[in-house]
Design a protein around this ligand. Structure first.
Ligand code: MN
Length: 230
């Protein structure tokens, strides 16, 4: 059973359940004792989970007033981890903050606060119970040639879009090296990225892990775990 590393975060249960449901074994990391260089040899995949904002200094900007820091040391730890994971060609699946972290690790930048910096944008920070039906959130338009479209093809409507949940106030601005857009919200916010140079590298801005009970977006976790199966 492939072992999937998850750096510690405050909402672990849904991530762990989603990995188990798809046939993987989650391993929650301890930043104090799990050295990234050792870890990438001991696990089969890396999941970058949601959480606080990546420090803007890491992409050369001053902090917006809405900046809400992640746990001390988490940014640096995850950046080292994800870089080593790519060196080792481990499958990487990034969710919400995880996409933002992945993008910054590759030299990209972030929209620090969608609501105030892009007036007129959709509401992306919907504070609803986590597994509410996704009709409550917004649509995403999916690039037909993307891995996201391949995995979630059954969900696509005639117009190449489907609805997602949404609990983020940041998103990728300029993309990091090697990353391409796989899905976009109707207001232009980047909702999914991929790197086709690696066996599995997908990042989504929404929260597929919240749906482990009902199975929506399960194909993303299944594709990830399949790629991590040696
Ligand atoms: Mn969104």
């Amino acid at each position: 059973m492939p072992v999937i590393a998850i750096p510690p975060c405050s909402k672990l249960p849904d991530y762990e359940a989603s990995i188990r449901r798809s046939g993987g074994q989650p391993r929650v990391l301890d930043r104090a004792s799990d050295r990234p260089a050792d870890l990438v040899r001991a696990v089969d995949g890396l999941l970058l989970a949601g959480g606080g904002d990546v420090q803007p200094a890491l992409y050369g900007e001053a902090a917006h007033p809405t900046f809400s820091a992640a746990e001390a040391g988490r940014d640096e730890y995850e950046i080292e981890l994800v870089r080593l994971a790519f060196d080792a060609r481990l499958p990487v699946f990034a969710i919400c903050r995880g996409v933002q972290l992945l993008n910054v690790a590759r030299g990209g930048t972030l929209i620090q606060d969608i609501a105030s910096q892009l007036p007129g944008s959709l509401e992306h920070k919907l504070e609803v119970p986590p597994h509410q039906p996704f009709e409550l959130a917004h649509e995403v338009w999916v690039d037909k040639g993307s891995c996201v479209a391949t995995l979630l093809g059954g969900r696509l409507r005639d117009a190449d879009s489907f609805a997602v949940n949404s609990r983020h106030h940041q998103a990728a601005k300029t993309l990091g090296e090697g990353l391409v857009v796989a899905a976009t919200a109707p207001d232009g916010i980047i909702e999914a990225v991929e790197d086709h140079a690696y066996p599995f590298c997908i990042g989504v801005q929404w929260h597929p892990e919240n749906f482990w009970r009902t199975g929506e977006f399960r194909e993303l976790f299944e594709g990830f775990i399949k790629a991590a199966t040696r």
